[in-house]
Design a binder for this molecule. Structure first.
Ligand code: URA
Length: 234
């Protein structure tokens, strides 16, 4: 089996089997540092597993969103991240660049990440759907139904301690609920051993100054759960 894709798929399958069967070495890290103490092999394995998943997604045509896309926005960041952000779906700039959260909302997200003592490279960022919904509308249930399982597998591979869901569609999909974001935010929800914190989307923050305080309250809980320190002015 010399095909690199076969090797990557085989590796990803092995990792999944080992995790499911309690093989040690995949435990969540306790260090306050972002992912600094992740063993190198573990990071390589996760990187390979994410690459295999990206290959499996392929030139996806599983739902109608593919018709309007420029690039698939799979996800970006540290495969050993202790913290993952999940948005709803790419916007125009993300669709053009193939990178999540690079527009104005992304700039604000970077500031939020910095405020809890991390850099963007420390975390992993992805979306529930990987192709841009037309006119930035919310993804439809048939679209999240097709694409969302790929995001869930990204979480399985990375196995972060904390997941922040940015906005209602992300929070409702990850938590499998129809409750409003205002009721979901403000506390952690347990999902498969991960602490999930729903909060308002940065694009909403750009339009609603008053949402900044609750988002900061949510992010302080995330910071404390990760044992991080607030970062002073830079
Ligand atoms: N909004 C999202 O939900 N995701 C992005 O990647 C960009 C904006």
């Amino acid at each position: 089996m010399d095909d690199p894709l076969d090797i990557a798929n085989d590796l990803a399958q092995r990792i999944r089997w080992e995790v499911e069967n309690g093989v040690s070495g995949y435990e969540r890290k306790k260090s306050p540092a972002a992912a600094a103490d992740a063993p190198a092999e573990q990071t390589i394995d996760k990187k390979a597993a994410l690459a295999a998943l990206r290959q499996e997604l392929g030139d996806c045509e599983r739902c109608g969103l593919h018709k309007g896309r420029t690039k698939i926005v799979f996800g970006a960041g540290n495969p050993s991240a202790r913290l993952v952000f999940v948005g709803e779906g790419p916007g125009q700039q993300e669709d053009e660049s193939g990178i999540p959260f690079v527009g104005r909302a992304g700039e604000l997200l970077n500031k939020i990440i910095n405020a809890i003592g991390l850099d963007r490279d420390d975390v992993y960022i992805c979306n529930v759907v990987k192709c841009r919904p037309p006119n930035n509308r919310d993804p439809l249930p048939e679209e999240t139904g097709m694409c969302g399982p790929f995001m869930k597998r990204q979480l399985e591979i990375i196995s972060p301690e904390v997941v922040v869901c940015l906005g209602r569609p992300s929070a409702q999909y990850v938590l499998d609920t129809s409750r409003p974001i205002g009721k979901l935010r403000g506390h952690f929800h347990d999902v498969d051993g991960m602490k999930v914190m729903p909060t308002f989307h940065p694009a909403y923050l750009l339009r609603n100054e008053s949402a900044k305080r609750p988002v900061w309250e949510d992010m302080k809980m995330v910071r404390d759960a990760l044992g991080l320190r607030e970062r002073g002015p830079r």
